[in-house]
Design a protein around this ligand. Structure first.
Ligand SMILES: [Zn+2]
Length: 325
């Protein structure tokens, strides 16, 4: 007997062959009905089932099924299957679009803006509105305040790529077409060795003068007597090439990201709540076969059908996979 994943009315995608599951389905009438409760076939109920001489069960949601299995078998079992499923998707895909957010870098020691230790949370604790304090307008009107070192910045912290970044880079090295679209500005994907990285919100490694465009290496940024980074030639503010609140994305970057997502057959959404523009509008362009979400909390996504959700840290998840293109 097999368990076949069903997308709407067309059975497709993949087949799970797991002896334990098969045994369980055979033994448990109750479980059988739980498995069917999501399916269109359920509408035709038992009589329809009895016509299924091949004993193929159809379910709509792998994640829901795995949840049930977890209840029966205890924790760990579902994750093992999810990892196998993810491995399978990666193996069979030709072009992988990886859409990542802050959660991809938390295992490198960079807090999510929205986490307890994150920049935004810290600001809000001090009754500061991050949307104002991290805006271009605030930078121009209050440069001293904007560039004031934050409490925790006693010495610069240099983050290193984690297992997630390394896995994707290694996959590419082995010959897989991996396209990374990231909301992060930390450059850890490139540091790990990934070649095709679209940084939606810019990057924090490139500094330039807003007046003349001269570029300054991080260690050689001149500052005025109020500690504001300024260009000695025209007194322009020297800033990082990141997108601040109130600023538009770089021209062309959105189109590039759309193009890469639309042309991929597997979409992995990782470490992001998809709440920050333009995340939601971007994933809509995916027309490939499988969508995987790796995020600590499950996401409500309307625009694409999610085939697999893993609620574990991104790096930890990827560290359980084998790299082979
Ligand atoms: Zn200048």
């Amino acid at each position: 007997m097999s368990l076949c994943l069903d997308r709407g009315s067309t059975p497709l995608v993949s087949i799970i062959t797991n002896k334990q599951l098969v045994k369980l389905v055979k033994q448990s009438y109750k479980l059988f009905f739980i498995l069917f409760s999501n399916s269109l076939i359920y509408k035709n109920t038992q009589s329809r089932f009895h016509l299924h001489k091949t004993n193929i069960f159809y379910v709509t949601q792998l994640s829901a099924t795995l949840k049930i299995i977890e209840i029966y078998f205890g924790g760990g079992y579902a994750l093992k299957n999810q990892i196998e499923q993810l491995q399978h998707y990666i193996h069979q895909s030709k072009k992988i679009a990886f859409f990542g957010g802050a959660g991809v870098s938390t295992e490198s020691g960079l807090p999510d803006y929205r986490s307890q230790e994150g920049t935004y949370t810290k600001m809000e604790e001090k009754q500061l509105n991050p949307k104002i304090r991290m805006s271009k307008r605030f930078m121009l009107e209050n440069p001293e305040e904007f560039f004031k070192p934050r409490d925790n910045q006693t010495k610069p912290f240099i983050p290193e790529p984690n297992a997630g970044h390394r896995f994707l880079a290694e996959l590419e090295k082995q010959g897989k077409d991996v396209r990374i679209i990231t909301q992060n500005v930390d450059g850890l994907h490139q540091k790990a060795g990934s070649k095709l990285v679209v940084e939606l919100h810019g990057n924090n490694r490139h500094f330039y003068c807003m007046e003349c465009g001269r570029e300054y290496p991080y260690n050689e940024i001149p500052r005025d007597d109020t500690n504001v980074p300024r260009c000695p030639i025209d007194n322009g503010i020297i800033r990082a090439d990141v997108i601040l609140f109130g600023e538009n994305l770089k021209p062309g970057i959105l189109d590039r990201a759309k193009e890469l997502i639309a042309d991929s057959d597997l979409l992995i959404i990782a470490g992001t709540s998809l709440s920050v523009y333009p995340a939601k509008t971007l994933i809509r362009h995916f027309t490939g076969s499988e969508v995987v979400v790796i995020n600590q909390s499950p996401l409500k996504i309307k625009d694409v059908q999610v085939d697999l959700t893993i609620t574990e840290p991104v790096g930890e998840t990827f560290s359980k996979l084998t790299v082979h293109a």
